[in-house]
Design a protein around this ligand. Structure first.
Ligand SMILES: [Cu+2]
Length: 152
């Protein structure tokens, strides 16, 4: 015997699937904080070379390969590799000291560079303007802070 009622469960299962996707995306995007969850962001420490901090970020499949850097204040040279063929990305950095600089939207595959003076300590954000999934942060160290911190 056939059960025509089987349509109902499959429909609501689809609805559940769709709504859980819609909920999961913003949750994932906002949970990269400091609460040490399984999705906690790993920060890459990059030291300056001859006074310049050189950072390379690749955008692929609508995501950045590096989403967090710990750096020293001073000149920073970004190399942004758009590895998404046919997709337009840019690289936009904003943060303390009125920093707000971006590259032009350009279709991949392409490589862009952006040079900035990040002198104010604190958190800077970098994004690709059209794609909310492409975002990351830079933590610029405070050079006046002593390194005699007690482990907590
Ligand atoms: Cu993008």
């Amino acid at each position: 015997m056939t059960k025509p009622a089987h349509r109902l469960p499959s429909r609501s299962a689809l609805g559940l699937f769709l709504s859980s996707c819609l909920v999961a995306v913003p949750l994932l995007a906002s949970c990269g904080g400091d609460d040490g969850g399984p999705q906690a962001r790993e920060c890459k420490t990059v030291a300056p070379v001859e006074g310049v901090t050189k950072l390379t970020v690749t955008g692929k499949n609508l995501a950045f390969d590096n989403e967090c850097f710990d750096i020293q204040p001073g000149p920073v040279e970004f190399t942004f590799i758009n590895a998404d063929s046919g997709v337009s990305h840019n690289f936009h950095v904003s943060g303390p000291g009125g920093i707000n600089a971006r590259t032009d939207l350009e279709r991949g595959e392409t490589t862009q560079t952006l040079s900035l003076e990040l002198v104010e300590p604190g958190r800077y954000d970098f994004v690709c303007d059209p794609h909310a999934t492409m975002e990351g942060q830079l933590n610029v160290a405070d050079p006046t802070a002593t390194s005699t911190t007690t482990a907590g």
